[in-house]
Design a protein around this ligand. Structure first.
Ligand code: ZN
Length: 463
């Protein structure tokens, strides 16, 4: 079998793994590169690349760095079928349409800046491409084996990452015999807040594991809860300001809401008003909570309380721009959750502009802030930032919640790998910055006595 990593090798975005065996060639994921200066150029190259005839695509989940380049198939003649779980199939069009919208806006902005010169960031695809692509999505249930090709059988198992996320157990004919390939996709912690627990992996001849946090562990959920309770109490009741929470629309926003629910229900905090100011997050929440079979009990309970209007706090999803602008007039007592998670785009930038200069307010980060992003500059202690062509002083306090991650930390990745019944013949560490991937690889070699390879981009491995 031949594996080629076209993305998420030496980095955490752009997941795209091509698998070739007897008479079959397929992809696992086809994601966008995100963050960093050269992402747009890499996406253009990846979008145009000839991957050869593909029999099908397996999609592990709906985050854009795993599904964002799928529309490339819509523009070509015979698009392959794309197999994924039901929640993922529902989320993909929502996520892709938002991505197309962000691309179009970015393109208009750069055209404006270039004053008629050639636009630097043409959108890769249009809404019609996504509609066409959506007809190729095929939803399959968790845990039930299906055959996308006469020589291949696949089972999706819960990865505990976001709703619908799966790792793939693949049986395929290779060199005339049956072999097994296990691809982790993105793995969550063992007991995530919103989605059902991740499953233990089965035996595999060849294994690919992610390593986003391959070199570190997260703070415990208990510590995170204490910190959150402390910040909210201090800001909302002592300092009488607002708490601004930049969060990814899919995954982190829902986790944050369920965490607030759990703490409020236990009587540990009082929150007067919570706003989710992101149309994408509202849609992602709707799809997430519509899939009760894929959720944890606590998320189920949250959903029922929300529907019955019995939440222990007032929760509002703001859709229109007017509603969003109204939030700017709220001086205190509000928790405002908005995207994007790294403050690079979206409504969060307006909330930062209005609340960063105020000492009584706080910004609460819930996720990883990549190098070069506005979020990272604020976390790193910038005294002022540029927003909407203005210099905005940073007087609000800045906090990072360490234990809210959709990705497993190093110990947790090891626990998952330890459950693999026998030693794989080949193992690959992918989806991690180089330090993280090498750290995980070294620990696997030391403790499990496997001999893993840190995946290099665009390199063909024969295994
Ligand atoms: Zn993901």
């Amino acid at each position: 079998m031949r594996l080629t990593f076209f993305g998420a090798a030496g980095e955490v975005t752009g997941s795209c793994l091509r698998v070739e065996a007897d008479d079959v060639r397929f992809l696992v994921d086809c994601g966008m590169f995100q963050g960093g200066r050269d992402a747009a150029a890499k996406n253009r190259v990846a979008y145009a690349r000839d991957l050869g005839r593909l029999d099908f695509v397996l999609l592990t989940h709906a985050h854009i760095d795993h599904c964002g380049l799928l529309p490339r198939f819509a523009a070509r003649g015979r698009a392959p079928m794309i197999y994924c779980t039901k929640p993922t199939a529902d989320l993909v069009p929502v996520m892709l349409k938002d991505s197309a919208y962000v691309q179009a806006r970015g393109s208009n902005a750069s055209r404006g800046r270039a004053r008629g010169a050639r636009a630097t960031a043409q959108p890769l695809y249009a809404i019609e491409d996504i509609d066409r692509l959506a007809t190729r999505l095929c939803a399959v249930p968790y845990d039930v084996e299906f055959r996308p090709h006469p020589n291949v059988a696949v089972r999706f198992r819960s990865a505990g990452h976001i709703v619908g996320a799966a790792f793939a157990e693949i049986r395929l004919r290779d060199g005339g015999r049956e072999r097994t390939l296990l691809v982790s996709g993105d793995l969550g912690e063992a007991s995530p807040l919103v989605v059902r627990d991740r499953e233990a992996p089965g035996a595999a001849d060849v294994l690919v594991v992610e390593s986003t946090y391959g070199d570190r562990n997260h703070r415990s959920l208990a510590d995170t809860e204490d910190e959150l309770v402390g910040v909210l109490h201090d800001v909302l009741y002592e300092r009488r300001g607002n708490v601004i929470v930049p969060a990814f629309a899919l995954g982190r926003t829902q986790e944050f809401l369920v965490l607030l629910y759990r703490l409020a229900r236990a009587g540990r905090l009082r929150v007067p008003l919570v706003f989710v100011d992101s149309p994408l997050a509202a849609q992602a929440s709707e799809v997430t909570f519509a899939h009760l079979e894929a959720l944890d009990e606590l998320a189920h309970e949250f959903h029922l309380a929300q529907r019955a209007r019995k939440l222990p706090f007032t929760l509002r999803y703001t859709e229109s721009v007017d509603d969003s602008m109204f939030l700017n007039s709220i001086r205190n007592g509000a928790v405002i959750v908005a995207a994007s998670g790294m403050c690079e785009a979206g409504r969060i930038r307006h909330h930062l502009r209005h609340n960063l200069p105020r000492r009584e307010c706080a910004v609460l980060f819930t996720g990883f802030q990549a190098e070069g992003t506005l979020g990272r500059r604020i976390v790193d202690g910038a005294r002022s930032v540029r927003l909407f062509n203005e210099t905005i002083p940073v007087h609000a306090s800045v906090h990072t919640l360490g234990g809210l991650s959709a990705h497993a930390g190093q110990d947790s990745l090891m626990a998952w790998l330890r459950a693999v019944p026998r030693r794989p013949k080949a193992a690959f560490v992918a989806h991690g910055e180089p330090e993280a991937a090498h750290a995980l690889s070294a620990r696997i070699a030391r403790e499990l006595k496997w001999n893993p390879t840190v995946a290099a981009p665009e390199t063909r491995y024969d295994v």
